[in-house]
Design a protein around this ligand. Structure first.
Ligand code: IPE
Ligand code: IPE
Ligand code: MG
Length: 247
């Protein structure tokens, strides 16, 4: 089916509000071509660019969260970790103008402190420069772990409770969510994971409670507009009941 026809079809159905993507398979993509893992990550960055451009141009949904680096990815060889950070930094710096012009509000969620200083500065700058945008909220999960996020919220909440004399019975879901580093994001409606693995790998956990999950064998550098539209078509076939009986 031509891309434009597919797009029309997808537009005709219900679209998710918040989509998350676990961009997996860069290493295997590179290995299959006799290239370095870093070259795989470079191609992966291009795939991310292509998808973000398409989502914002077609206004497909207002929230997109991309998993770029997990709290467990530090266990990779030093040169791969350094190479990834260098890639993130140059990406953020080179794309600043395009991000501003296309109306993207970019936020980097994760523990920033252990990241290289240059990368931290680039993050701060781009977050500030795109803060007023609203066409698409793009969250990049970088040095992010779902458990880290929940633990951080619990710690912040304990600190706050002490200073404002708040009791445990006052802590409800909405209050707890507000303390999460991802508190600005709505629940995730649809999660796409490329690269054939069928797991969550410590991505957003709180927001995943009722997410529709979609796994594809396509390796991330090969994931394109058409693949995204087919995934969205699959989402549109799902019956979401949230624990209720649908009559
Ligand atoms: C995902 O691709 C990118 C990151 C985790 C940064 P991988 O690097 O995990 O690729 P595979 O899974 O080894 O193919
Ligand atoms: C998940 O991919 C993290 C990112 C895509 C950033 P991994 O390749 O790190 O996950 P596992 O090791 O297959 O669970
Ligand atoms: Mg992987």
């Amino acid at each position: 089916m031509a891309l434009s026809a597919l797009l029309e079809e997808v537009r005709g159905g219900d679209l998710p509000t918040h989509v998350g993507i676990i961009m997996d398979g860069n290493g295997r993509w590179a290995k299959a071509r006799g290239l370095s893992r870093l070259e795989g990550h470079r191609q992966g960055a291009l795939a991310a660019e292509r998808i973000v451009r398409f989502v914002v141009k077609e206004r497909l949904f207002p929230y997109l969260t991309l998993f770029a680096f997990s709290t467990e990815n530090w266990a990779r060889p030093r040169h791969e970790v350094d190479g990834l950070f260098a890639l993130f930094e140059s990406f953020l710096r080179e794309k600043t103008e395009e991000l501003i012009d296309s109306g993207i509000k970019l936020l980097v969620v994760g523990d920033h402190k252990p990241l290289p200083e240059g990368l931290q500065a680039a993050i701060e700058e781009i977050e500030k420069k795109t803060a007023q945008n609203g066409a698409l909220t793009l969250a990049i999960a970088l040095n992010f772990g779902g458990r880290w996020a929940i633990l951080r919220a619990a710690k912040d909440l304990l600190r706050a409770a002490r200073s404002i004399a708040m009791g445990p019975e006052e802590v409800g879901e909405e209050l707890f969510r507000a303390y999460l580093p991802t508190g600005f994001l709505p629940d995730m409606d649809f999660l796409i994971r490329t690269g054939g693995r069928v797991r969550v790998s410590n991505f957003l956990l709180w927001e995943l409670a009722y997410t529709e999950l979609y796994f594809t064998d396509i390796l991330w550098p090969d994931f394109d507009e058409e693949a995204l539209l087919y995934a969205l078509k699959d989402f549109q076939r799902r019956e979401r009941s949230f624990g209720r009986v649908k009559g």
